[in-house]
Design a protein around this ligand. Structure first.
Ligand SMILES: Nc1ncnc2c1ncn2[C@@H]1O[C@H](COP(=O)(O)OP(=O)(O)OP(=O)(O)O)[C@@H](O)[C@H]1O
Ligand SMILES: [Mg+2]
Length: 293
């Protein structure tokens, strides 16, 4: 089983309007709500890959219940620890082909709630910790969690940013920053130098349409995408994390090619947490047969 932990999950609400005019009244044409947060996207991808996956996190109030109900509806197993604060919503207003995003701050999470979340994390083949930290939980608390989870002897994959990324990296089996996140914590635009500075066992840097660069021990791997595609890149990084979790233990070159194939297929799917399965199969086939010499 793979467990994904989303410390700061959300209900993603989308409002569709014909146009958005600040200072005016609007009639919303359609409203959609969906459990969101990077670990939940990773879990959705893993489930579509046929993996046994469990979603963990903290959820409070009516919005927390709406997240649980959506996960139930999606057939995703979950064990969300109740917290006193109300789970945050991220509201996307889609109007005139443009998206305006409003992020609520979310609940303040206390040390007891954070400890309760850790206590709930079962033994798993692979653990994924994805996304930002809630207010009240600092980078040291995340690093401590990752260190203790890694001490269980299973791979722990961390996808976060800022100080939380920097502090957790030395304890993780792999971290997955994108180029901007890596540059922000290391102060260098050279991803190889930055990856070495993070001091994680494996640093997989996602470079958008340029593919992946990974530093694993003394090896540097560069994996171009199977093909540059156009579509929705939001959540493509979560697909990389899902591929790493599903294939943990596979030799790195093969694992990274698979991650490039799955994430390109994710760009072809309209919402984060999904991928175009026919394209994925096609990309995998072309990546696994090296070009003729
Ligand atoms: N246009 C594209 N064509 C092909 N593959 C792509 C394209 N954009 C992204 N990818 C693949 O998806 C991976 C992840 O993309 P990106 O670096 O944008 O992740 P990210 O910023 O972490 O995304 P998110 O956090 O929204 O999930 C890339 O490393 C690459 O393999
Ligand atoms: Mg990302």
């Amino acid at each position: 089983m793979i467990v994904t932990v989303t410390p700061n999950l959300a209900l993603d609400v989308t409002y569709e309007l014909p146009e958005l005019r600040p200072g005016h009244e609007h009639h919303v044409r359609a409203v959609h709500g969906r459990a969101g947060g990077k670990g939940i996207n990773v879990a959705r991808v893993l489930r579509s890959l046929g993996q046994d996956v469990l979603v963990l996190g903290l959820a409070g109030g009516a919005t927390g219940d709406a997240v649980r109900a959506d996960l139930d509806g999606a057939g995703l197993a979950h064990d969300l620890v109740p917290c006193a604060g109300e789970t945050r919503r991220t509201v996307t207003v889609v109007a005139d082909g443009e998206a305006t995003l409003l992020r609520e701050p979310g609940p303040v999470v206390g040390p007891d709630e954070w400890a309760a979340l850790e206590a709930r994390i079962p033994d798993a083949d692979v653990l994924v910790v994805s996304g930002s930290l809630p207010t009240g939980v600092d980078a040291a608390a995340l690093a401590g969690l990752v260190a203790r989870l890694s001490a269980r002897g299973r791979p722990v994959i961390v996808d976060t940013s800022g100080d939380a990324l920097r502090r957790a990296a030395p304890y993780a089996w792999a971290v997955k920053p994108n180029a901007e996140e890596l540059a922000a914590v290391t102060g260098t635009d050279d991803p190889v130098v930055g990856a070495l500075m993070l001091r994680s066992r494996a640093v997989v840097v996602s470079l958008g349409a340029e593919g992946l660069l990974a530093v694993t021990g003394d090896q540097v791997h560069r994996v171009p995408p199977p093909r540059v595609v156009t579509g929705n890149p939001t959540g493509a990084g979560d697909a990389v994390v899902a591929a790493l979790a599903a294939g943990a233990g596979t030799p790195w070159p093969e694992l990274l090619r698979d991650a490039a194939a799955l994430s390109a297929a994710a760009v072809l799917a309209p919402v984060a947490g999904s991928f175009d399965s026919a394209a994925y199969e096609g990309f995998r086939t072309c990546l696994s047969s090296p070009p003729e010499r």
